[in-house]
Write a protein that binds this ligand. Structure first.
Ligand code: UDP
Length: 239
């Protein structure tokens, strides 16, 4: 029997915050839950990673030297756990079965990340949210998402953003900015484009993991992307 499609969707923490840029907007959680439910109902196995930027980032926490960078990063990773719990609630409310697995042990709150266990959950149609990044400071949740995508043998990583995909230059500054439907990993690392940080892109490239950058606020877009519809709003990074 052919294996079902398996994807890892990465949301930034800021995506959850809505207009205010801070905290968690329940209306956005509900919208995301609807999009994820559509995937699961269509037989897609879904892993999720959420950032923590709506609460705290290590670099900003440590900027005046009072908080050490490693401690700031611990705080950032804990922020991703807060977001993951919120997302679990919204997904469960939508009728899905969900497990949160943290890279840092927190047994009273969620499971600890164990790849084989995550895979069993996915095979059973449960959504798995991978929390606490990689568990190590000095990494980003984009890198954590790429790592988890490779570990669970996902077919692709979808970076859910506020824009339709990757542009050749900043569309806010240049009217003639062009949406690139397809680009290479090398181009994705280019300073003007920067789809994700270099560590994440290098990891994806080494493991031939396609990166899809898409607009998460278009209803039904995630499913269109996975179905390969021409109408899908996204860019694909691959070799
Ligand atoms: N972080 C970390 N290790 C990881 C992933 C994340 O230390 O493997 C920390 C880091 O401080 C980061 C914060 O968690 O700034 C939140 O993650 P990120 O900035 O990637 O969130 P996003 O920008 O996606 O909201």
């Amino acid at each position: 029997m052919e294996r079902k499609k398996r994807v890892l969707v990465k949301f930034s923490g800021e995506a959850l915050a809505g207009e205010s840029g801070f905290g968690i907007d329940n209306a956005i959680l509900k919208f995301i839950a609807k999009q994820i439910k559509e995937l699961v109902e269509n037989g897609v196995e879904v892993g999720i990673v959420i950032g923590g930027g709506n609460i705290i980032r290590g670099v900003s926490a440590a900027k005046d030297g009072i908080i050490k960078r490693t401690s700031g990063d611990h705080m950032g990773m804990l922020a991703t756990v807060i977001n993951s719990i919120a997302m679990r609630e919204a997904l469960e409310k939508a009728g899905l079965i969900v497990r949160v697995q943290s890279a840092i042990k927190m047994e009273a709150i969620c499971e600890t990340f164990i790849v084989g266990r995550a895979q069993r959950h996915l095979e059973k149609g449960r959504v798995v949210i991978f929390a606490a990044g990689t568990g190590n400071p000095f990494f980003t949740t984009d890198t954590a998402a790429t790592l988890r995508a490779i570990e669970i043998d996902a077919d692709m990583i979808i970076k859910a953003t506020k824009v339709d995909g990757v542009y050749d230059k900043d569309p806010k500054k240049f009217e003639d900015a062009k949406l690139l439907r397809e680009l290479t990993y090398e181009l994705a690392m280019n300073d003007n484009i920067k789809v994700m940080d270099d560590t994440a892109i290098a990891l994806a490239k080494d493991n031939k993991l396609p990166i899809l950058v898409c607009n998460m606020f278009k209803d039904g877009n995630l499913l269109s992307i996975i179905n390969g519809d021409d109408s899908a709003f996204c860019s694909v990074v691959k070799n």
